[in-house]
Design a protein around this ligand. Structure first.
Ligand code: PBG
Length: 340
């Protein structure tokens, strides 16, 4: 009996489904893998003690006082998470046009670093050095006559970076996108004896709507007038992003970051291909919130999409991901469920 189907004539001996037919073969051919070593956990710090204050726009994420942050970071370290990234939500009275709090040696962010490094020395602490948590206008730099002034901001950022390193930060991550900042920070750190403190450049930070919930978390959304288009990259421009990253590499960046994440996977791939540096993506607040909100409505399987998106960053060439899901993902990975 002739069992030839039309599909046999088309596929011949080529049948992609053979490698997908069972869990064991799918595991065998899996190209990308997510492990706990890929996760960096961003956390929000507030003044005071004993505070765990839920952020409305980021269900499951809270602002924590330093003591509570230390407890949470201990748990993260126990789960095997290699590093955290800290962001402060400081008192409004302390914010001013130049972000002068960034130059106070024991400001909130530096207090957090010192306490975390003392209690949990083996976790890496990454600190952002942009001025937005400290300015009264919510911009990342110094505002003069309606302009975010580049060189003056860089001078201040360098001084703040040295103080962050003095407090124990392992990696300085400048996110304010000023020109020349990576070289200036490198020289400043070296001159201050911090040769071993690394720089993770927010090399390609796009001017994005995905940052909305973060701005609520650190209370800058009510302050910010206008947008950040004069210093962040347009979402339309991939080649410009690669050129900007090339300057950061030349100036001495140890690691690169792409931000936001999932809508910018092409940039992750291009940077990894072009420079071969350790490359990270930041799955930002709006990405987190979209997944959480839809899951809370029962419209998607939140855990599944959490793991899928994180795996996709790996497929796109990322060495790791900054993600508010870090602890949840680490817990899930520790259960070693097959499939992802
Ligand atoms: C600014 C900064 C931003 C984020 C971290 N630092 C962007 C912004 O507010 O413009 C966003 C992080 C997130 O959305 O999760 N230096």
């Amino acid at each position: 009996m002739d069992k030839t189907h039309l599909v046999d004539e088309i596929t011949g001996h080529r049948r992609m489904r053979r490698n997908r037919k069972a869990d064991w073969t799918r595991r065998l051919v899996q190209e990308s893998r997510l492990t706990v070593d890929d996760l960096i956990w961003p956390i929000f710090i507030v003044p005071g003690t004993g505070i765990v204050d839920p952020i409305a726009a980021m269900p499951g994420v809270s602002r924590m006082s330093v003591d509570k942050a230390v407890e949470a970071v201990k748990e993260a370290a126990d789960l095997g998470i290699p590093a955290i990234a800290t962001f402060p939500d400081i008192e409004m009275e302390l914010r001013d046009v130049t972000g002068s709090q960034s130059l106070v040696a024991d400001n909130l962010i530096n207090q957090a670093t010192a306490a975390i490094k003392k209690a949990v020395p083996n976790i890496g602490v990454i600190t952002d050095v942009a001025l937005d948590p400290f300015t009264s206008h919510g911009h990342d730099g110094i505002l003069r006559d309606g302009v975010i002034v580049n060189d003056e901001t860089v001078d201040q950022v360098v001084r703040a970076a040295i103080m962050q390193a003095d407090a124990g930060a392992d990696i300085i991550a400048p996110s304010e996108m000023m020109d020349g900042r990576i070289g200036a920070i490198r020289r400043g750190l070296d001159a201050a004896g911090h040769q071993d403190v690394g720089i993770m450049s927010y090399a390609t930070k796009f001017s994005s709507g995905f940052y909305g919930p973060y701005r609520q978390a650190i209370n800058t959304s009510g302050l910010l007038k206008g947008d950040k288009n004069t210093y962040y990259i347009s979402p339309a421009n991939g080649t410009e992003a690669v050129r900007d990253a090339a300057l950061d590499v030349e100036e001495g960046a140890d690691m690169l970051m792409v931000k936001p994440g999932i809508a910018y996977l092409d940039i992750c791939w291009r940077l990894k291909e072009a420079f071969g540096l350790p490359t990270f993506a930041y799955q930002v607040s709006g990405e987190y919130t979209q997944i959480k909100a839809a899951a809370m409505n029962g419209w998607i399987d939140g855990e599944r999409i959490m793991m899928e998106t994180l795996l996709c960053f790996k497929r796109a060439g990322c060495d790791g991901i900054l993600t508010y899901f870090a602890v949840d993902a680490a817990r899930k990975l520790s259960k070693k469920q097959p499939g992802i």
